[in-house]
Design a protein around this ligand. Structure first.
Ligand SMILES: [Cu+2]
Length: 176
């Protein structure tokens, strides 16, 4: 994704610089300095656009879902695929989920044939890679839902990616 954004700048610069070089040969000394300054600005703009673009979190959720709590329960779980489309490794933390009082990131481990859940602080995702939140693995544990939640409602999940805040949308679904 970062390459597809950067590519047009390279092309535009090449297209602009070719006619500039032609102009240079026909201009007087004063004009040549001005044009050289412009060319330097264009070259300088390249790296700058790369920095701005590299700071974007570039994290999406695919098939993000939270099961409606079973009647009488105050706890439920959320799953989905977190896709890191950036060129950097990211650390994702979960701060809060609207419609629920609290959220924790959990990891399920099997110990002596018994599945146990452990709270973990964050999940790491390599560049251009995915992490799957799934039953039996890492997942969101959600506590104390609002009353009146129904299937199809969207829950906004507030997360941070390398410290930057983002919002991911998860859909509430019924457990089948
Ligand atoms: Cu859990």
């Amino acid at each position: 994704m970062s390459l597809s954004f950067r590519q047009p700048f390279v092309v535009i610069r090449a297209v602009l610089l070719a006619p500039l070089a032609n102009l240079l040969s026909t201009l007087n000394a004063h004009g040549a300095v001005f044009i050289a300054g412009l060319a330097a600005l264009l070259v300088f703009a390249g790296p700058l656009s790369g920095v701005a673009e590299g700071s974007e979190p570039g994290l999406q959720v695919m098939d993000g879902k939270i099961y409606l709590p079973i009647p009488g329960s105050q706890i439920t779980a959320g799953y989905g695929t977190l896709k890191n489309s950036s060129a950097q490794a990211v650390e994702v933390k979960f701060e809060k989920v609207e419609k629920f009082r609290a959220v924790e990131l959990h990891q399920t481990r099997e110990e002596n044939g018994v599945a146990r859940m452990q709270k973990i602080p964050s999940i790491a995702i390599a560049p251009q890679s995915e992490a799957v939140l799934r039953p039996g693995g890492a997942h969101l544990m959600l506590f104390t839902p609002e009353k009146g939640l129904k299937a199809g409602d969207l829950a906004r999940v507030h997360a941070t990616v390398n410290g930057k805040s983002i919002i991911l949308e998860f859909k509430l679904i019924t457990r089948d």
